[in-house]
Design a protein around this ligand. Sequence first.
Ligand code: FEO
Length: 403
Amino acid sequence: MYCVRNVTETVYWVGSSDRRLALFENLFPIPRGVSYNSYLIQDEKTALMDTVDSSVSQQFLENIAHVLEGGSLDYLVVNHMEPDHCALIGRLLELYPQMQVVGNTKTIQMIQQFYDADLEGRTLLVKEGDTLALGEHTLHFVTAPMVHWPEVMMAYEEKEKLLFTADAFGTFGALDGNLFNDEVDFETEWLPDARRYYTNIVGKYGAQVQTVLKKAAGLEISMLCPLHGPVWRSNLEWFINKYDKWSRYEPEEKAVAVMYGSMYGNTENAACVTASELSKAGIRNIKVYDISSTDVSELIAEAFRCSHLVLASPTYNGGLYPKMEALLNDMKALNVQGRTVGLIENGTWAPASGKLMRAALEGMKNMTVLEPVLTVKSSLKAEQAVSSVDTLVKEIAASVLAN
Ligand code: FEO
């Protein structure tokens, strides 16, 4: 049975959700699932905006057949060639023999790299600023390289002012029947996954996102139609502002995220004492994370949200605790920058993790490491708590409460 929603009178959402997949990109936990959005425009010519992941192919093909009512599919616009959106290109080429694949040079090259589809006479090349008239609807193509791959385009439909945004403005999370942002409580139920999606998938490419946001600012937009998650038809500014902040690497909140690795609970204790002292110092926006039991994608999202981080790590084989090393590597890879960081190191005979965390942070842009590093030798002692912890907490609190 088809499962379709109208986006407008003549534009249909024909995507589907996957609640079985455990790891997106075989990497990111998605306990709430994920949706793969695709949109079909009905006009004198019909155009499908991207396909979906192979896992939802049956539902997707039924949806398209329902909307077309036996009519032809004229164009498949491929805005993004990551296989979660393009897996059905070959099948559609077979099912709809007059369909043309619309993409840029890189798109077509990637289709040939991924698939053995015969594209002879089946492609329509477009570039920045090109338009495609469908009848009353006209698509206007806007390139968006590296948001999230180099071939990415967005398409702006001029009549109804819809912006098909590819991965941008997407989020993890299956759709529970509701399609539009104003049908759900986005800030409460979706924002953490939207942040985790953005920061881990596109976080590295802030400069490129800024370029696209500037292009979008010149368009009158009624809806943002992403490839994952709800369609935005109200309060667009709120979500665009989130993207602006994330892509500038500006913290969303004055907040402290304490992230600790701990083998036997002693570094954990130092982290918890620090968090407690921060609260006594008047800081309210604090979260504490065990980095061994928190997926690194959650930690990255928190590093984007919070202005301040406290990183606490044992020394391990003379180096960093592996989970902390992985977190710092991910922070660098995803371009985390401009944060203020307090450090807690632990070591029973030769503490080195403070020096190593500092070196990793110095490899990122505009990171401020607060002094002094709190050194724990095996376990925190009461006399240390009223000296070293107090000093670190004063530094963090002063920095958080400044301005
Ligand atoms: Fe949802 Fe970059 O693919």
